[in-house]
Ligand binder design. Structure first.
Ligand code: HDD
Length: 682
């Protein structure tokens, strides 16, 4: 590789962006032509009470720019949030791929990640029941590699040609314009029932994965099977996984719906604040690798994007870690203008014939052309590779590069044939020479026709609370479907996955329960259940309900202990400001019962105080009730214990009470680390 392509590890993107940053502090205001502006509050008028004059170029420029400020939102994944970070390699992938950023353990490349929901508009709430986009741009010294994935490892359809149909079905219905950011409506379920390849994805969508607690605690998947190609030209099939170091955690439906009202920005605020606090979100990158010789060794087609490779059969090898450590400076310039494309690959990473992937390879550039207004979006700071780029593409809206010289064609003699293609040895991308033959057909491969086995595997791998979640999700979603025939069709479809599930849902939504069905596929993949994920108390937010007259010494000790365990206690009371303990200790309340709704916290610690009035007790009681119903950890000391007793939650799982801080703290931290306590009677 030539020296000009060597880049400065994890920092190179930040250095590049620095050249484009503009800091307006301590500066005079000017027009876009650099002319200093003397007046910005009053337009130029003919007389104090007269009409505005056309001549007022500052008014015209300011207004015109404003009128053109919006660009079309993404046709899908419109609601998103991005952050910068770096990817560090743990383990060389040299035996499998020649991709430069996957060679040297310890090497780093900058990344930019944009998380998103799929169906909702740009201003929709953060926790609808939906798939989450998880798109990562690796700025490598061989060009940008985009891993444009989701938080679910399979997809609804098997062929890109059906994507517009799927999206038309899930978006607000065209005759009413609603519902916003919701799949609980007739057209979506009509699509599902009539496109049964969606069965496996439908199960993921009805599971807790579709309402993650935050963006830091969800997995990411490249979904498709890609190809690694090594220096010798040998290829392996590969699937990519992102595994969050904090584990995979979700909300419950009632909680998610309430969060969407109380704080529609909940997950974006969470990740922004985590990065500002230095609690950098981390994911390990895992790969599943299958030799090409084993292509036909599975009971599913490795190219089918509605199938996973069970981790127990093809282990996920952890090869590196991504850390998100910097928020964007400007959401529009970076998060909105970033343009991902599954076709942005580097030497050593190639495609397969997955027909969904093939369809995507067309769609992404096409959509950026309309969204970003022309073919020069690669020149926007966030999209620029950190290595140099040269070709004979020229002109177009918003062109920034000033290409010098006469030639913009290949081959030429005037510029000695530059820019010239690079040989494979020089780092030129050479497509993998897969042998293909066959008739031109428009058909589904026979090997893509089993839609229900893995859907059954997913359901059978769930814990009881997850199964309950799925049944309730189906009941809610189909309960919102007006057309009884569609409800019946979906229930009949579900009977191919699990008969008792279909019967329970049928009863809840008033349709005929299927008499027969079920699935003979009995395989289980424990990795699919969130019950088997990592559980840690780190970074969880604890509401501490406090009133005047609390036991100062004990509370202070406990709060310090909670912070030492890397949790975030937040004092919630009837009003903001200082609260005085019985011994004179002062603690500041930073949230009120109004601003500190229980759904915004991961756990509750009730202290109360000696002067609680009935209003305080009722508000605190509401917090206990909500936290309890959402299976969240609850702790109480001192006067707080009485509040738990009157709420009838004492002795229930995940409810910890003790007046001695040394005893209370470890048990409460354990309860917090467990996240949710499903074995409660709610
Ligand atoms: Fe897509 C955006 C992920 C199938 C067409 N897609 C988009 C984004 C993500 C995904 C994360 C948002 C990127 C960002 O944050 O800017 N899409 C997926 C995954 C799929 C998938 C994991 C299946 C495995 N997508 C898919 C198909 C098509 C598209 C089959 C069309 C044939 N996707 C698009 C798009 C979008 C998009 C219309 C809208 C905005 C954009 O591209 O940049 O081109």
């Amino acid at each position: 590789m030539s020296d000009e392509h060597k880049v400065n590890g994890g920092k190179s993107k930040d250095e590049q962006l620095e050249k484009f940053r503009s800091d307006e502090r301590d500066k005079h205001m000017t027009t876009n032509q650099g002319l200093k502006v003397s007046e910005d509050e009053f337009s130029l008028k003919a007389g104090e009470r007269g009409p505005t004059l056309m001549e007022d170029f500052h008014f015209r420029e300011k207004m015109t720019h404003f009128d053109h400020e919006r660009i079309p939102e993404r046709v899908v994944h419109a609601r998103g949030y991005g952050a910068h970070g770096e990817f560090e390699l743990y383990k060389s992938m040299k035996p499998y791929t020649k991709a430069n950023f996957l060679q040297e353990p310890g090497s780093k490349v900058p990344v930019f990640v944009r998380f998103s929901t799929v169906a909702g508009s740009k201003g929709s709430p953060d926790i609808p029941r939906d798939v989450r986009g998880f798109a990562t741009k690796f700025y490598t010294d061989e060009g940008n590699f985009d891993l444009v994935g989701n938080n679910m490892p399979v997809f609804f359809i098997q062929d890109g040609i059906k994507f517009p149909d799927l999206i038309h079905a899930v978006k607000p219905e065209p005759d009413t314009g609603y519902p916003q950011a919701a799949s609980a409506h007739d057209t979506f379920w009509d699509f599902i029932a009539n496109n049964q390849e969606s069965a496996h994805m439908m199960m993921w969508l009805m599971s807790p994965r579709a309402i993650p607690r935050n963006l830091r605690m969800m997995e990411g998947f490249g979904v498709h099977t890609f190809r690694f190609v090594n220096e010798e030209g040998k290829a392996h099939f590969v699937k990519f996984h992102w595994k969050p170091t904090l584990g995979v955690h979700s909300t419950v439906w009632d909680e998610a719906q309430k969060i969407n009202g109380k704080d529609p920005d909940f997950t974006r605020r969470d990740i922004h604040e985590s990065i500002e606090n230095g609690d950098y979100p981390e994911w390990e990158l895992g790969v599943q690798i299958v030799p090409e010789e084993d292509e036909f060794k599975f009971d599913f087609d490795v190219l089918d994007p509605t199938k996973i490779w069970p981790e127990e059969d093809v282990p996920v090898e952890i090869i590196g870690k991504m850390t998100l450590n910097r928020n964007v400076d400007n959401v529009f310039a970076e998060t909105e203008q970033v343009a991902f494309h599954p076709g942005h690959v580097v030497p050593g990473i190639d495609f397969t014939n997955d027909p969904l992937l093939q369809g995507r390879l067309f769609s992404y550039t096409d959509t950026q052309l309309i969204r970003l207004g022309g073919p020069n979006f690669h020149e926007l700071p966030i999209n620029r590779p950190v290595c140099p780029f040269h070709n004979n593409q020229r002109d177009g809206y918003g062109r920034q590069t000033i290409n010098v010289g006469k030639t913009s064609y290949h081959k030429n003699s005037l510029a000695k044939n530059h820019p010239r293609p690079a040989s494979e040895e020089e780092g030129g991308y050479v497509h993998y020479q897969e042998k293909v033959e066959g008739r031109k057909v428009q058909a589904r491969s026979e090997s893509f026709k089993d839609h229900f086995s893995q859907a059954a595997m997913f359901y059978n791998s769930m814990s009881d609370p997850e199964k309950k979640h799925i049944e309730e999700a189906f009941s809610f979603e189909l309960g919102m479907v007006e057309d009884k025939d569609i409800r019946q069709q979906v229930v009949d479809m579900v009977s191919n996955i699990d008969l008792s599930l279909s019967q329970a849902v049928a009863e809840n939504i008033g349709v005929d329960a299927p008499a027969e069905g079920g699935n003979d596929y009995k395989k289980i993949s424990p990795a699919l259940s969130q019950e088997n994920t990592t559980h840690k108390a780190d970074t969880l937010k604890i509401a501490v309900v406090l009133d005047e007259g609390f036991d100062g010494d004990a509370v202070k000790k406990t709060l310090e202990g909670l912070k030492d365990n890397h949790t975030y206690p937040v004092i919630v009371s009837k009003s903001l400001g200082r609260l005085k303990g019985a011994d004179g200790t002062e603690i500041e309340a930073t949230a009120t019962f109004d601003t500190g709704d229980p759904v915004l916290f991961d756990a509750l610690y009730v202290v109360g105080g000696s002067e609680m009035d009935n209003a305080f007790k009722r508000q605190a009681g509401y917090m206990v009730h909500e936290m309890f119903n959402h299976y969240k950890p609850i702790g109480a000391t001192g006067t707080g214990r009485k509040l738990l007793e009157s709420a009838n939650v004492s002795g229930e799982p995940g409810v910890v009470q003790d007046d001695i801080p040394e005893n209370f703290l470890p048990s409460f931290v354990d309860a917090v680390a467990a996240h949710r306590h499903w074995d409660r009677q709610v």
